[in-house]
Design a protein around this ligand. Sequence first.
Ligand code: ATP
Length: 212
Amino acid sequence: MAKRIGMLGGTFDPVHIGHLRSALEVAEHYVLDQLLLIPNARPPHRGAPQVSAQQRLEMVQLAVAEEDLLSVDDRELRRDKPSWSIDTLLSLRAELEEQDQLLLILGWDAFCGLPSWHRWDELLEHCHILVLQRPDADIEAPQVLRDLVAAKSVSGPQTLHGPSGQIAFVWQTPLAISATQIRHLLATQRCVRYLVPDAVFKYIYAHQLYQE
Ligand code: ATP
């Protein structure tokens, strides 16, 4: 039986329930064997995160510790160069059987930025792409992506066929939560309880993170 593995990469600065609830719903609804949360080492598209890579990793580990469907993969943090998704995909692919499905999960904002990614036009050779709605992101897809969607999209994740090459849009509970909002709340001494899992909430306060 072919396996279905999902990967959700991100800065997770910090991880929040927008990431986690989306990940769990996708994993459950589309019957994934495993969904990997993969923290970026040096995000190629943005400035250095305020908190160390180790701390971001520890928060994601705490967040998924009690959920079997979700796990953390630290390969991008172990790599001594920028976190290109194509390299991550290739290294995951090397661990799977040829017929296994690899699903790259992207929020709508990340999907719209795809054409700036390193070797982005090769990604679909190695995975399918699942796009999450992002209620807090008011961005339009560039024409090149609209053309790609027209050529490669299927009616839904259940109809994805084969190990790679197609795009599907996912409906998950819309949560307009971002790490930017959480960092802003913390920097202005406001509380982030219930926006992040309890263990992450405690970790942030114990280490006094994001409190400028
Ligand atoms: P920031 O506000 O710092 O940009 P973020 O909240 O967007 O951070 P990232 O770590 O950059 O979080 O996101 C990782 C992935 O999760 C991206 O594909 C992003 O689109 C997706 N994502 C983040 N938050 C949500 C959310 N609330 N709903 C759906 N997808 C999300």
